[in-house]
Write a protein that binds this ligand. Structure first.
Ligand code: FE
Length: 130
């Protein structure tokens, strides 16, 4: 269970409309439009909702898919993964382990050594540059 629980109203007040749509309504930003799609500065990507560390810039790579892609989360407990059978597909949803916010999905077509592609919405992230 997420450690941080807030009402829909509280989230609405704290987040931008885009952040709220992605994090709390499982929305997806349009490809190639996100703030971090082509950002490769060193730093830590934290949750835009709660500030928890999610991904290190070292794990970020250019997948060409139109969203920020990472080969692994920042730590074993940083994200939760759940089966998502919406939109006529079976995918694995990625959520912030701290606040339960929707981040994106993980696909088994990533680079060596994990073979994973964490395809994450920019709106769910905030880069804290080193
Ligand atoms: Fe969070």
């Amino acid at each position: 269970m997420p450690k941080i629980e807030k009402s829909e109203q509280e989230w609405r007040e704290e987040l931008t409309p885009e952040q709220f749509h992605v994090l709390r309504q499982k929305g997806t930003e349009r490809p190639f439009t996100g703030e971090y799609d082509h950002v490769f500065e060193p730093g830590t990507y934290v949750c835009a909702g709660c500030g928890a560390e999610l991904f290190a810039s070292d794990a970020k790579y250019d997948s060409g898919c139109g969203w920020p892609a990472f080969s692994a989360p920042a730590g074993e407990d940083a994200v939760d993964e759940e089966t998502d059978a919406s939109h006529g597909m079976v995918r694995t949803e990625v959520l912030c382990a701290s606040c339960g916010g929707h981040l994106g999905h993980v696909f088994p077509d990533g680079p060596h050594p994990t073979g994973l592609r964490y395809c994450i919405n920019s709106a769910a992230l905030k880069l804290e540059e080193e």
